[in-house]
Design a protein around this ligand. Structure first.
Ligand code: NAP
Length: 293
């Protein structure tokens, strides 16, 4: 299933995520995903595995034009010149000469002027044909408002935490109002069960409502959540390094959820994020340097 972005570029709605995929597992996961029919990969400079993503792509032997490659600029590379250079680093590591989608990984809460300068670099890269679409991630409506007021190109995508326990209706509405595609990170709720992210989280993968609906379709809770995203017009980028689960996560095109089922899933929203608050300053984390290619 494809989605046409606000600048006319066509993007496969479902992609493979590679956050926390160990470098040594990443190439195999990307190759397995491409063999299973994925044509969209979501990585980031900060994941430290762009090189291995590139290796997986080459291993699959597909033509570059058949792939949709998305990556993210890390905050330590924000600013006009640093962000232009971040494109050089990313493309060299990935082994490609253009990107399909380049997004800013976070709004920098303590340096929004740098965030704007970084976005202006994305606009330049877009104008020069070095990226086919540009966007943002973890932007709340107030960040979008500031960005739109200061820049020319409306982001094609805003990638945010989004799973049945945290659906961010305000962000989805703000995105839709500007024709920005909402792309779900942790689309099957990884952030609700990854170890080490806090003890007060509820694991969405173990939800009984999801299990019951999934059972009626002969599908897994992960497949149900992914189908829910796609039927509601979102892009989703589930992460797995397990070939069986990679294949399972794309096997979602042979069933359909009713309006009542979609509404039951929407009703699970707790309004409570499991991941970090985008407005929380995390200077040391944001300062993490991205190595040269
Ligand atoms: P996720 O995709 O919701 O969940 C991944 C977790 O679910 C992993 O532990 C994976 O383990 C497991 N899993 C995968 N398929 C499964 C299945 N069918 N059944 C049961 N378990 C399954 O979480 P995420 O990695 O946080 O988010 C996905 C992608 O979004 C990331 O990889 C990254 O590309 C992006 N992301 C972006 C941001 C941002 O700030 N922009 C933040 C977080 C994530 P196995 O690998 O063992 O299968």
């Amino acid at each position: 299933m494809n989605i046409t972005l606000n600048n006319g570029i066509v993007m496969p709605a479902l992609g493979l995520g590679v956050f926390q995929s160990a470098p040594e597992e990443t190439s195999a996961a990307v190759a397995a995903a491409l063999a299973a029919g994925y044509r969209h990969i979501d990585t980031a400079a900060a994941y430290g595995n762009e090189r291995e993503v590139g290796e997986g792509i080459r291993r699959a032997g597909l033509d570059r034009s058949e792939l949709f490659l998305e990556t993210k600029v890390w905050v330590s590379d924000y600013g006009y010149e640093p962000t232009l250079h971040a494109w050089e680093k990313a493309t060299r590591k990935l082994g490609v000469d253009y990107l399909d989608l380049l997004i800013l990984h976070q709004p920098a809460p303590d340096g929004f002027e740098k965030t704007i300068a970084a976005y202006k670099a994305l606009e330049t890269l877009l104008a020069e044909g070095r990226v086919r679409a540009i966007g943002v991630s973890n932007f709340m409506p107030h960040h979008l408002e500031q960005l739109l007021a200061a820049t020319d190109v409306v982001p094609a995508v805003n990638q945010v935490e989004l799973h049945p326990y945290f659906t961010q209706p305000d962000v989805q509405s703000a995105n839709a109002a500007s024709d920005i595609l909402t792309q779900a990170w942790s689309p099957i709720g990884g952030i609700t069960f990854y170890p080490g992210w806090g003890d007060d989280r509820q694991n969405v993968m173990a939800d009984s409502t999801l299990a019951a609906i999934a059972r009626t379709h002969g599908k897994s809770p992960a497949q149900l959540m992914l189908r829910w995203h796609l039927q509601q017009g979102r892009s989703a980028i589930p992460k797995s390094t397990n070939p069986v689960r990679i294949a399972e996560n794309i096997d979602i095109f042979d069933f359909e959820l009713s309006a009542a089922e979609l509404a039951s899933i929407d009703a699970l929203n707790t309004g409570k994020r499991s991941g970090p608050d985008p407005d929380m300053p995390r200077p040391e984390f944001f300062a993490k340097a991205i190595p040269e290619a």
